[in-house]
Design a protein around this ligand. Sequence first.
Ligand code: HEM
Length: 426
Amino acid sequence: MFIPHRSEKLEQAFAALSANYRGIDIDLYAICRDRRANSPVMAGDFMTSIGVPNHAGASHGNPTFTLFKYNDVKMVLQDAATFTSGFMAKGFGSFFSADGLIILAMDGDPHRAARGLLQPVFSPQAVLPWKTAIEQQIRDEFILPLVPNKRADLLDFGLYFPIRVIYGLIGFPNDALGNFYEYAAMGLSILAGPQLDPAKEAESRERAMKATNTLYDAVMELVKRRRAEGAPGDDLVCRLLRAEFEGRKLDDHEITTFARSMVAAGGETTTRTFSSVMTLLLQRPELLERVRNDRTLVSKLIDEAVRYEPTSTVKIRQAARDVEIRGVTIPKGAMVQCVVASANRDEEIFDNSDTFDIDRRPKPSFTFGFGPHMCIGQYVAKMELSIAVNAVLDLFPNVRLDPDRPAPVIAGSMLRGASSIPVIWD
Ligand code: HEM
């Protein structure tokens, strides 16, 4: 059987990324509550005010506005013609290849065409055939070997399984996973590229560019091999080689740049979400008991956890024309920060919005985005999370927080999650 590796580089890169976006110590939700009540449309840069670098490389000297209310955030994310994403190619996206398939930084027709090609590959029905392999990876490779230990830190495998899953989805062979953790560590250094300190930024940019090129070569080699074989498999690269929309197919460079971006898009996001789901569950022994005995509640648990504790607290767009929101004029070219962490707790939309309640009436939250750019990998992410939660509950009898170790804390102003979840079981 395949034995998972540990990677010091990956653990360091994850810790460095968390530190980069941790921001100043504030009560984020209290600040957001106040803003929703008193200045729901703020003229100013919220991210800088909480001490985190602007991860989209945004602003470029343009004025910045910040939105805190659910309906405003929803309107912005939904209207991709007025609130565009192309600016990301200059900032954050420049760590990837600007001429590649960097879907996050696309607008208009090119974005619609890219979604048309990719959506069928990631639909709920399309991801279902991947379930057995993902289950095997998470349960058998990561969780089962820990059972005799009777104690663990859930992050010891929470950091690894999403990368393992993406690695398998892309179609890399099993025997090179050690390398892939190194690549994933590089992927994280790409995300940590933007820095507040300009001196650090130059150094970090150089590291990120090296990482992005190394990853490119590894994926391109695989894409070329699969194309030469006639793309026979059900893995992502083969599916992308076969994908067609309005008579257009993807070339090797597009497939490579897209598959590479998945390491960044689907790795640490899932790790952080897993950490929040498990923390919120383990902190509530009664709920833990309920979910343990009724697994139909796992999807409600995940949906409420992503509302209550979004992994990434802010999304950014740029205004393509002058717009007025709640009497505030946002001029063409201005950057618009959408505070997802605030919108997800808007009391006008969610009753008792600061209460974690898996029984609340379901309404969309914005943790997976909204509108045309909504997370294309959300069904993969939810499948992974559900498999991981169920496996922990199945395989660790009476799992609970370790009373002799520090309790987990969900922290971070921009990227939120717990960095350690020590548990014991019978
Ligand atoms: C819990 C884990 C995840 C979270 C919280 C998350 C969150 C998000 C969000 C908020 C967006 C929208 C960004 C925007 O509007 O600017 C997004 C887009 C995207 N996500 Fe995820 N994601 C997760 C996992 C994944 C996974 C596992 C994959 C791939 C298998 C993935 C692939 C993507 C891609 C390709 C996009 C770009 C879509 C577009 O721009 O049209 N994500 N994600």
